[in-house]
Design a protein around this ligand. Structure first.
Ligand code: ADP
Length: 475
């Protein structure tokens, strides 16, 4: 399979070259020779006519002396590289362009038959055995007083015509050889420019298909093939990243599930075998409850993220009042706020502020952000939730004066399972999934979320939402 198409192509190309040469050597050769013979015969016949009308008639009428006529024929014969004869009806050669004829003893052409050529005005052959080689002969009758007095015969060797055919054919061979050479160069260029890169791409695609995503495809080209190679390289690097991500993701999930499960198992065993006395059991059952809550939070977060991955963040967009959603969400934290003596201050634009978004998902965003703000705030502090309208967008900000986020963690907080070292002590229940869910939701709306935070001072999370076109704000 490997080289089959390429080999077929090369074979077809070579076959084409060989057949072209054979065609020129046979068909073209024959056609050219026939054409040259006809052209030669035609021109000799025309010249014969001129000689007959200009000189031969005068010769027969006795107006032109034999010597004179012979000299003319000799000159014409040399010019045409041919032999010219004046022959009478019986086949007697009266004058020859090549030698003086012994009129007493003239050469006779045996079996001379002027009608033999029929309608064709030329003949090929040894001319009644008069020549050793093949001659092309053209015969013009000489008439005087409406009677045929004799014939003017021009004979030229066929070998001369063959030689000029060969000269023409040689030019064709050279041209063909140059065309073949040029197409070979084009084919070699094609091999290096198209075939070799495509083979490399095929090999790379095979490697990727067999799981070797680290395989590097080395094609430095600016054309479509280069673009394809770059796309493949990009694809493999993305696949390899996602493979690494999957591994890390599974490792993180396993770790996050294993630690609470281990402690739950340990405490239950200790309760069963009596290591933990009954009076201490309530404390450890509460720890078990805490760990179970953590596991169920982790599971529901994972399910939410999975929904985003599989359904591509399908949203149920409706027009709703973001101000009232903020009020409702903030009120769910009343209990926690009371115990930490934290207050949530709402600075809302307008009485109603309508946005076009998925209400339950935006509620989750607000819940996660306010939950984090409370978790990472000090006791006796204030959390600000603010809405503002700017250029047809609604900006929602959740601001705290808590522990803040270290500069080098700012980019990582959006990663799944990421928790800053600062926060670990403050929030043992945290899964590190909350902000990645928030980001997925905001991005699924085609909106943005940003964080401004200073370690030890506090954090502010701001996200945008599209203002509802039909309702807008109601100040
Ligand atoms: P978690 O469930 O741990 O809160 P998140 O994804 O919501 O997970 O947050 C990731 C990490 O970002 C947190 O563990 C914390 O380190 C940091 N973080 C998030 N919000 C705040 C905040 N308001 N103040 C300080 N740190 C924060």
């Amino acid at each position: 399979m490997k080289n089959r198409i390429y080999m077929k192509f090369i074979l077809a190309y070579l076959l084409f070259g060989v057949l072209s040469f054979i065609a020129v050597a046979t068909l073209t050769s024959d056609l050219t020779l026939n054409h040259l013979k006809e052209k030669k015969a035609e021109s000799l016949y025309k010249i014969g006519n001129i000689i007959v009308s200009k000189y031969a008639s005068g010769f027969y009428k006795g107006e032109l002396p034999t010597d004179n006529f012979h000299n003319h024929l000799e000159a014409m014969g040399a010019y045409l590289s041919s032999t010219i004869w004046i022959v009478d009806s019986e086949g007697k050669i009266i004058i020859s362009s090549e030698e003086y004829t012994d009129l007493e003893n003239p050469t006779i052409i045996n079996n001379f038959d002027p009608t033999i050529s029929g309608s064709s005005y030329y003949q090929i052959g040894n001319f009644y055995g008069m020549f050793r080689e093949n001659m092309l002969s053209v015969m013009n009758p000489i008439t005087s007083n409406y009677k045929i007095k004799g014939y003017l015969i021009i004979l030229t060797p066929v070998s001369e015509i063959v030689a000029s055919k060969d000269r023409i054919l040689n030019i064709t061979y050279y041209t063909l050889a140059v065309i073949f050479l040029l197409s070979t160069i084009i084919m070699i260029a094609f091999t290096f420019m198209v075939y070799v890169p495509i083979r490399k791409i095929t090999t790379a695609a095979n490697e990727y298909a067999h799981g070797n995503l680290k395989y590097e495809l080395d094609i430095q080209k600016e054309d479509e093939i280069g673009y394809l190679a770059n796309t493949l390289n990009y694809m493999s690097s993305e696949l390899s990243k996602s493979e690494e991500y999957q591994k890390k993701f599974i490792a993180n999930i396993s770790h996050d599930f294993r630690s609470p499960l281990t402690s739950i198992k340990g405490y239950i065993e200790a309760i069963i075998d009596g290591t933990i006395p009954p009076e201490m059991q309530e404390k450890y059952l509460n720890i078990i409850l805490f760990e179970t809550e953590r596991l169920s939070k982790l599971t529901s977060s994972l399910l939410t993220l999975n929904d985003f991955n599989t359904k591509g963040g399908m949203l149920e967009i409706s027009n709703f009042d973001i101000n009232s959603v903020i009020k409702k969400t903030a009120s769910t934290f009343e209990g926690t706020c009371k115990s930490k003596k934290i207050s949530i201050e709402l600075i809302l634009t307008g009485h109603h502020l309508f946005v076009a978004a998925d209400m339950s998902k935006i509620q989750q965003v607000l819940y996660n952000l306010i939950d984090n703000a409370i978790k990472f705030s000090h006791n006796n502090s204030i959390i600000y939730v603010e809405t503002t309208e700017k250029n047809g967008k609604i900006f929602v900000s959740v601001k705290d004066t808590g522990i803040g986020i270290p500069k080098d963690s700012l980019k990582k907080i959006w990663d799944r399972f990421y928790k800053t070292d600062l926060s670990r002590g403050k929030d043992k229940k945290g899964t590190g999934l909350g902000l990645s869910i928030v980001k997925e939701i905001v991005q699924a709306h085609g909106e943005n979320i940003n964080v401004i935070s200073t370690e030890g001072v506090g954090s502010e999370f701001i996200f945008t939402l599209p203002l509802s076109k039909s309702l807008g704000s109601d100040i």
